[in-house]
Design a protein around this ligand. Structure first.
Ligand SMILES: NC(=O)c1ccc[n+]([C@@H]2O[C@H](COP(=O)([O-])OP(=O)(O)OC[C@H]3O[C@@H](n4cnc5c(N)ncnc54)[C@H](OP(=O)(O)O)[C@@H]3O)[C@@H](O)[C@H]2O)c1
Length: 288
């Protein structure tokens, strides 16, 4: 298991880092995947508060603004995209799973973290592409975990190497970074950016045991979460998504990576154009 690069100091900031007060999204239409919980719910709320018409794309719709989407099933992704009508100004690719303990496969036979975090969102973005307005924002919620390694084109599905829950997560997040690189090259009328939200205690950590939480520095020896010094609130964590989805301050910014509401450097392997193009082809082959 990898733990490198995961320890970060929680910055203190106002809810949403103060980014939500300076824009008006009246008349804009947005989709937030995974918008019923955690960061997605906080992101959807902020966009709604700014006046956007927000649809949350979720596995189990429970509210009038929710539509069904299972990212781990490309038939569901296709059905969601096919049912979408009219323009789309903002797509926040936020849903995700982390550290699934055993190797599981999606409906189409892809390793489940790669299928959910990367392939499902790739297919969704391509399916919704005809609806994206000129200057639309595509926000990819990746993770600092991507730094744990490049995409393994020899064995992306962990079919031959031992399955490692955190490495599979990291690889899926590297894939999301590479998607941004290639989408930026191909789509010059859409702003496509990636981000890491920082550390936020959500359902995402449900597969991590206490030893792993301690190794991350998120739990003390008595089993207590180290909050609030370690974790951001969901609103603080969502601030970078909201910034990239909506703020005029990043108008025209594309192909970048943000942390803590600021642009951050990217490891070369995660923006390598050849790897990005190769992954795009792999994604297309996965959709056939
Ligand atoms: N929390 C952190 O510290 C942290 C750090 C770095 C990056 N991130 C990233 O932030 C994003 C949001 O995570 P979170 O912390 O807000 O976790 P969360 O509360 O668990 O939210 C994840 C969402 O993804 C949805 N989801 C999972 N599998 C799905 C599928 N097959 N189809 C559709 N939706 C699916 C979940 O829906 P269900 O309710 O149906 O399961 C849930 O709403 C993720 O991409 C994660 O990798 C989080």
């Amino acid at each position: 298991m990898f733990f490198g690069h995961w320890i970060m100091v929680r910055p203190t900031s106002a809810p949403y880092g103060g980014v939500v007060n300076n824009f008006d999204l009246t008349g804009r239409r947005a989709i937030v995947t995974g918008g019923a919980s955690g960061l997605g719910a906080a992101t959807a709320r902020a966009l709604e508060d700014a006046g956007a018409d927000v649809t949350i794309a979720v596995r189990t719709p429970r509210s009038p603004n929710a539509r069904p989407l299972d990212l781990a099933d490309l038939d569901s992704v296709r059905a969601f995209a096919d049912a979408w009508e009219g323009p789309l100004d903002i797509l926040v690719a936020n849903a995700g799973v982390m550290a699934i303990p055993t190797r599981q496969l999606s409906a189409q036979g892809w390793e489940l973290q790669l299928a959910t975090n990367y392939l499902g969102h790739f297919a969704l973005a391509l399916g919704l592409r005809p609806h994206l307005t000129d200057g639309a924002r595509l926000v990819v919620v990746s993770s600092g975990a991507y730094r744990n390694g490049p995409f393994d084109f020899d064995d992306p599905q962990f079919a031959r190497r031992p399955y490692d829950p955190m490495l599979a997560y990291a690889q899926s997040k590297t894939a999301e970074m590479l998607f941004v690189t290639e989408a930026t090259r191909q789509w010059d009328d859409v702003a496509v950016n990636a981000l890491s939200p920082g550390y936020i205690h959500t359902a995402l950590q449900r597969h991590l045991d206490d030893d792993t939480m301690r190794a991350f520095g998120a739990m003390d020896t008595d089993g207590n979460l180290i909050t609030p010094s370690y974790y951001k609130t969901p609103e603080e964590g969502a601030a970078t998504s909201v910034l990239l989805a909506a703020s005029p301050s990043v108008e025209g910014v594309t192909g970048r990576y943000f942390e803590d509401e600021k642009e951050a450097p990217v490891e070369d392997f995660a923006r390598d154009p050849e790897a990005a193009e190769r992954l795009w082809e792999l994604g297309l082959s996965g959709m056939r």
